[in-house]
Design a protein around this ligand. Structure first.
Ligand code: GLN
Length: 447
């Protein structure tokens, strides 16, 4: 704990943590130490971790990177966090993130931007940017982020670490503040595949508080051995030739394909016909879900309340106008629009149909392949404030991560070298439904 606390101090300027639980972590360390001596410690004894500022932790601040939750304290602890604590992991702090997990650069936070430890003026990716940097700069061993459309995998790629999004419904969302409920997944940022596997094993599995969690047995991911068969891998040529794909990311991705082939695995070059539709579908559905999920922040029940309202209606309006940041407001407006009478069928229903097509098309690939391997993001970490003017440019950062999110499939980002400026590059592997075990064993082999 002292080691991590000193790194937290040293890297304060990266702005990765919003709250540091120094005293609590030191006290927890003492009690875990006693348990270790008595031989009664849990499986994660002494594992120091952080959580994204979207997770409930009983009686502690929860702000989702937003002014609207100023002063709010959780009334219970998220299931995934509690399961780690129950195994004697030590919670050392909360991570900065994009407001309500909406963003790809961690520049949309009331606490200010997070900075990538690999480059002074570079974003860490988002929305779990603070979590990625906390692991990258050794401020904790593991961090719990959330991945709705890439928010664990893309920052992991930008920071040169491992980012795992399990299958939708593998880990309980109880205590994870909702952004888009049919997409939201608890995700893990870590230095190694083994650390991710053990953390997943402890957090996964049925929970009375979340009926969408699978009741199937949780495999012993931590006992996973290296992949030792011939893998049938699919890749997409229209991704490799995509105009937004950075040349250095492209050549790093091709090197992985070459390596796989030279090791005797089969590599099928396919096309993915729905590539142009993944972002519009994702942004229609997630903004629709967000607009309803975020309607609960009304100035009455949680956090911030404007002083400027003169009746109930204007108090609601002023609290929401003053409490939410621009990106969140934009998404609430967009989501409300696509759900409104007269537009619902044209946008929301249509997008749901396209989601189903994308899922079916992706699942079809797994009938004859073990994995899809593709870049995690089209570029490496870009400069702070460089994507301010064009929101579409920012949304394009998610083009390779949202396919797995739309299909609900498990996916991981692994480090894959750096570009000429020393910025990390990520490679992504997607597996079939609930095949995290296979995904982790192949990932272990690949890195
Ligand atoms: N960047 C994507 C978005 O802004 C993904 C966010 C996420 O996964 N939470 O929606």
């Amino acid at each position: 704990v002292n080691h991590y606390l000193s790194n937290i101090k040293k890297y304060e300027h990266l702005n990765a943590l919003t709250v540091v639980y120094s005293n609590e972590a030191l006290a927890a360390a003492k009690s875990v130490q006693k348990k270790i001596e008595a031989g009664t410690s849990g499986r994660l004894a002494g594992m120091v971790f952080t959580i994204k500022d979207v997770y409930c932790h009983d009686a502690h601040d929860l702000q989702c990177g937003s002014k609207i939750l100023e002063g709010f304290k959780s009334q219970f602890t998220a299931t995934c966090v509690q399961r780690l604590l129950d195994e004697d992991a030590i919670l050392i702090g909360r991570n900065n993130c994009d407001e309500f997990a909406m963003g790809s650069s961690n520049e949309n936070s009331v606490f200010g931007s997070v900075i990538n430890a690999a480059g002074e003026n570079r974003v860490p990716g988002g929305s779990s940017g603070g979590s990625a940097v906390a692991v990258q700069a050794d401020m904790c061993l593991v961090s719990i982020g959330s991945d709705t459309g890439g928010s664990v995998r893309q920052p992991a790629a930008y920071c040169g670490i491992v980012g795992l999004k399990p299958n939708y419904g593998r880990i309980s969302r109880h205590g994870l503040s909702a952004y888009a409920s049919s997409f939201d997944c608890v995700g893990i940022l870590a230095h190694s595949v083994d650390d991710s596997a053990l953390t997943l094993e402890i957090m996964a599995g049925a929970d009375d508080y979340d009926t969408t969690v699978s009741h199937t047995d949780v495999p012993a991911y931590s006992k996973n051995s290296n992949w030792d068969g011939i893998a049938k891998v699919a890749c997409f040529d229209n991704i490799l030739s995509h105009e937004g794909l950075d040349e250095e990311v492209k050549s790093a991705t091709s090197s992985v394909y070459d390596k796989l082939q030279s090791l005797g695995h089969s590599l099928d070059h396919l096309g993915f016909d729905y590539l142009d539709y993944v972002l519009p579908t994702y942004y229609i559905l997630t903004t629709a879900e967000a607009s309803t999920n975020l309607s609960r922040y009304d100035g009455v029940r949680y956090g911030y309340r404007s002083e400027n309202g003169h009746d109930l209606e204007s108090m609601y309006k002023k609290s929401r106008s003053e409490g939410f940041g621009d990106e969140v407001k934009k998404r609430i407006l967009l989501g409300t629009y696509v759900l409104s009478e007269g537009f619902y069928d044209a946008y929301f229903t249509k997008a749901q149909k396209v989601r189903r097509l994308i899922r079916n098309e992706t699942k079809k690939i797994f009938e004859s392949h073990d994995f899809i391997v593709l870049p995690t993001a089209p570029t490496t970490a870009f400069e702070l404030n460089s994507h301010d003017r064009d929101p579409l440019e920012m949304y394009l950062e998610d083009i390779f991560t949202v396919q797995a999110s739309l299909a609900g499939l498990p996916a991981i980002s692994l480090p894959n070298g750096t570009d000429k400026n020393g910025m990390p590059i990520g490679i992504q592997v997607i597996a079939n439904t609930f095949e995290e075990e296979k995904l982790l064993s192949f990932s272990k082999y690949l890195v």
